[in-house]
Design a protein around this ligand. Structure first.
Ligand SMILES: [Zn+2]
Length: 502
């Protein structure tokens, strides 16, 4: 069996003005995909492991991934897409290809050259279909995928993540690959039922440790135990893309039972059941962390440290979370800290703020060197709505280069009783290794403010208390306050009384 694989993974925040370009992506080509590209947080790793175990011949194409950010550059996307299509054509010329299994996000948006954007996955999969019609095609998706008619038409079977934070990437890839293999081995077709709900869910309300996501994901797992269903997925869409297709979509993929009509019936009925379950719980989605606006979050955090001796207290700057595609240089929460700097000065350890994506500030600090005191501005290079350039005279404490797959410079600065991290690349402050790379252990600090949403396990496990600031920025968690122009209305919760039935 010869199986074509590869993928594109980007969550594009259309509220963020940054255009995500070639420098922001890590691209694996050909055999790199089955070598150094086998990373634990790639669904592609699960796809390749499963294909290998089955003894399939893997045809690797291109695997491109970037940290969530603004819409993707049209020129870069076309380049990667063409590379993938050329590789598919060359492989086809060498002999028949039996199936396709891709690792996709599902919410990648690309500049359309007319001031708007289009959905990458639907475009890419349709183009592959033109070259390789009539063979089974499956894809692994992120839980925050946005499903378009083009994608549904091109791909036969889908498997989405069932955990947020996403810790089941490999299992999801494995499921997408095993559906494909079963279809090929049995000669039976895959069928996918799709039900879309007029609803959006704020990212930090989708934690699967908490209800109602727990019950919904358990229901998906239950459905998957019943033949002919192979994968039951609830895709939440991505609320920080102002797009017509924004919705919650239930996808149930099944393999032909004895009679194809039964397969359709089972999948349709399972998808409708899951959609009804989701809709019934629509008003139960809430933040699993205590939450306040930026000013109140800081007030609560100071109180926790100074009066209740709780430490470390974490405050999430959730409205400017780069891993939700925000710019990483909004200043709403930081301004709330500056307004209360006299209280911050009384903290028993410095207040750790991680951090800012600020390439000019990072470059100026690296030029000045460790130990130097310099005047810089922080923030407001990109997000000019909720960010401003804040002038500070800072001391450069530590510099670390070449961090992580995106090769960012990292800088640790101090100003009064604040320690601030700055990155030269748009990367996530949720990365476990970022602070250690600057010789900082977050457990040593009484108050840690992070540009993050819900806490990743590495922070959650040490937090005495976790507060979410519903700060302003491109990943504003209060969806009702976002000025959507393209999202189809009515939609819950923007239109709270939206009705839906199936
Ligand atoms: Zn996601």
């Amino acid at each position: 069996m010869r199986i074509l694989t590869g993928g594109m993974n980007h969550e594009s925040n259309s509220l963020n003005p940054i255009i995500t370009g070639e420098d922001d992506f890590v691209v694996f080509r050909g055999s790199e995909i089955t070598g150094k590209g086998m990373l634990p947080y790639y669904s592609s790793t699960g796809i390749i492991n499963t294909l290998r175990e089955a003894g399939a011949e893997i045809i690797p194409t291109v695997l491109a991934r970037a940290v969530p950010n603004g819409v993707v550059s049209g020129a870069f996307y076309q380049k990667i897409k063409n590379e993938m299509l050329d590789m598919a054509k060359k492989a086809k010329a060498k002999g028949p290809i039996d199936g396709i299994c891709l690792a996709l996000h599902g919410s990648m948006k690309v500049e359309d050259g007319k001031g708007g954007n289009f959905c990458a996955e639907g475009d890419l999969c349709s183009a592959l279909r033109e070259i390789l019609p009539d063979i089974p095609f499956t894809a692994a998706l992120d839980m925050h995928a946005t499903i378009t008619p083009e994608l549904l038409k091109a791909v036969d079977g889908f498997a989405g993540y069932k955990t947020a934070p996403h810790i089941d990437c490999i299992e999801t890839g494995a499921l997408a690959a095993s559906m494909l293999l079963e279809s090929l081995e049995t000669g039976k077709k895959l069928y996918t039922a799709s039900v879309s709900l007029p609803m959006m869910v704020a990212g930090e309300k989708s934690e699967t440790d908490a209800e109602p996501m727990k019950i919904i994901m358990d229901a998906c797992r239950e459905k998957e135990k019943t033949a002919p269903i192979k994968a039951a997925s609830v895709l939440l869409g991505f609320p920080w893309a102002d797009a017509e297709q924004n919705a919650v979509t239930v996808l149930v993929s099944a393999i032909d039972a004895a009679a194809p009509a039964d397969t359709k019936l089972s999948a349709d009925s399972a998808a409708a059941g899951l959609a009804r379950l989701f809709w019934r719980h629509r008003k139960d989605f809430r933040f699993s962390m205590e939450f306040y606006n930026s000013r109140e979050s800081m007030a609560q955090a100071y109180k926790a440290v100074l009066e209740k001796n709780e430490r470390p207290v974490f405050v999430s700057d959730s409205g400017d979370n780069p891993t939700a595609g925000a710019a990483g240089d909004a200043t709403d929460l930081f301004e709330a800290i500056l307004e209360t700097i006299d209280t911050a000065d009384k903290l028993p350890t410095p207040l750790l703020f991680s951090g800012f994506y600020d390439a000019p500030a990072s470059a100026a600090c690296i030029k000045a060197g460790e130990g130097a005191e310099i005047d810089i501005t922080l923030g407001g290079n990109w997000d000019k709505t909720d960010g401003k350039k804040i002038p500070l005279r800072v001391k450069v404490k530590k510099i670390s280069g070449n961090f992580g797959p995106y090769k960012s410079d990292l800088v640790l600065l101090s100003w009064r009783n604040l320690l601030i991290t700055v990155t030269s690349k748009h990367i996530g402050f949720s990365e476990e290794e970022l602070l250690p790379a600057l010789a900082v252990n977050p457990a040593d600090y009484c108050l840690v403010a992070l540009k993050i949403g819900y806490l990743e396990p590495c922070f959650k496990s040490i937090a005495a208390r976790a507060i979410m600031a519903t700060s302003r920025g491109c990943s504003n968690e209060v969806l009702e306050s976002i000025d959507y122009k393209k999202v189809r209305r009515p939609i819950f919760p923007l239109d709270y009384d939206t009705e839906w039935s199936i």
